[in-house]
Design a protein around this ligand. Structure first.
Ligand code: FAD
Length: 420
């Protein structure tokens, strides 16, 4: 029997492969439903609130292999962003920056855009081209040893392009403001965003784990079941204790838990803090802007890192006639919820006056959202094969993304199949 602890994307991918191969497995998760950090709450009024602003990229190879994309009823973002800059006199400048590979009709407009200098546009295009021509495996295995911000300095992309596009965009991807993340991850993400389109399933991001879980036998999935201790006999892990006091035996154990959960179960000291993120959801009736774009404000003293009218992507995220906006905050400066909401409302209203009529819906704060991936992070990752019959999966052993979680779950399953 193989016990998998954690039914996030990594645990579900592992279970999917073991089921395909006819193995005996059992999936245990403390939460009441599958998905871990990828989840969607449907409110009584019919709003779909993802657990933080998340997207699936259709350029993720393992996601394409494991998921029935069409059955998710995907709606696609435009590839690019609506950039908002405040000039020295305080006037707002709006410009659309679109990926010419995804929107060839706008290629000339993006090329001639006065928002950035020619040298910055050419440098970014050349850098993206190099990554496109580099195999994924090479990008993922070879750390550069320097941060994203250092890479942007070296490329001469640390002026307007940094302030108005690269910093607000990639700080939202890495969930950190200083772009300290290892540059190899920037290169990989740049390639995936250049070649792919971001999408939302019509029922919310939670539809992704739901789809994986629905294809697996229900009797092998136990939710609301927390593992509180592991049983060890020398180098072997022989079973687990559950929160109701019962015990289960296993031949192989997979911890597809988040890093803090794994450390707790293994009796290791807590690891570094992960990046936190706060998402505020608002609803209204009046459209703010046109197009399926994320909005990137480049104001230095603002609260909001990015925001998006999700109903511009898919009307299914809100009840009929209503709209839903998600605002992402990386370092909220107000602890009081009401003050924070007022600050964010004022900030977005200063860019889109129609937002004054919108109402606050909900705040979601995730303290352990993404693990930091600073230069040298590879040496700090937990080992995939922790003991002779204990494997780890998920973003604790690899990059932090939907793709990385899925592929690490598959890798662990393959290594167990190779052993049997
Ligand atoms: C706000 C936010 C935005 C993101 N945006 C994107 C994005 O746009 N694109 C992208 O590709 N990635 C994004 N990510 C990253 C991506 O969601 C994660 O990397 C991925 O979901 C991690 O999956 P996992 O299976 O490794 O871990 P988790 O999803 O954390 O799953 C771990 C599971 O283990 C369970 N567990 C833990 N301890 C125990 C225990 N003792 N007993 C039983 N169960 C236990 C938990 O309940 C949980 O279900 C985002 C993440 C966040 C938080």
């Amino acid at each position: 029997m193989i016990i998998i602890v954690g039914a996030g994307l990594a645990g579900l991918a592992c279970a999917s492969r073991l089921e395909e191969a006819g193995e005996e497995w059992l999936l245990l998760d403390a939460a009441t439903k599958p998905g871990g950090r990828v989840a969607t709450e449907v409110t009584a009024d019919g709003y779909r609130l993802d657990r933080g602003f998340q997207v699936l990229l259709d350029s993720y190879p393992t996601a394409r292999r494991l998921l029935d994309m069409e059955a998710l009823h995907p709606s696609y973002f435009d590839s690019g962003a609506l950039l908002i800059n405040r000039d020295p006199s305080g006037n707002l400048e709006f410009s659309r920056f679109l990926n010419p590979l995804a929107h060839p009709n706008h290629a000339l407009g993006s090329l001639l855009s006065p928002a950035f200098s020619w040298s910055e546009k050419l440098s970014l295009a050349a850098h993206a081209l190099v990554q496109i021509l580099t195999p994924d495996g090479w990008l993922l295995k070879n750390e550069t040893g320097h941060s994203t911000i250092e890479e942007l300095h070296r490329l001469g992309l640390d002026r307007g392009m940094h302030k108005r596009f690269l910093k607000p965009f990639f700080s939202g991807v890495f969930l950190e403001n200083n772009l300290e993340t290892e540059a190899s991850i920037f290169r990989y993400d740049l390639k995936k965003f250049a070649l792919g389109r971001a999408l939302l399933p019509s029922c919310g991001m939670g539809a992704i784990p739901q789809q994986l879980a629905s294809r697996l036998p229900a009797a092998r999935q136990k939710y609301g079941t927390k593992v509180t201790a592991l049983h060890r006999n020398g180098d072997r892990f022989t079973g687990v204790t559950l929160d109701d006091g019962s015990e289960m035996e296993c031949d192989e154990l997979v911890l597809a838990t988040d890093e803090q959960g794994t450390r707790f179960l293994l009796g290791l000291p807590p690891g570094r803090d992960w990046h936190a993120v706060t998402t505020l959801y608002f609803t209204g009736e009046s459209p703010l802007y046109e197009g399926g774009l994320i909005v990137l404000p480049s104001c230095d003293n603002g609260q909001v890192s990015n925001f998006c009218d999700l109903t511009n992507i898919t009307a299914d995220y809100a009840p009929h006639g209503r709209r839903l906006l998600s605002a992402t905050l990386l370092n909220p400066q107000a602890v009081d919820n009401q003050i924070l909401v007022s600050l964010v409302q004022a900030e977005i209203t200063s860019m889109f006056p129609a937002f004054a009529d919108w109402q606050f819906l909900k705040e979601l704060s995730i303290r352990q959202a993404l693990p930091p991936r600073l230069p040298g992070y590879g040496k700090e990752l937990m080992a995939t094969r922790f003991a002779s019959n204990l494997s780890l999966a998920g973003d604790q052993v690899t990059l932090a993304s939907i793709e990385a979680a899925l592929s690490s779950g598959l890798d662990v399953a393959e290594s167990l199949l190779a052993k049997s």
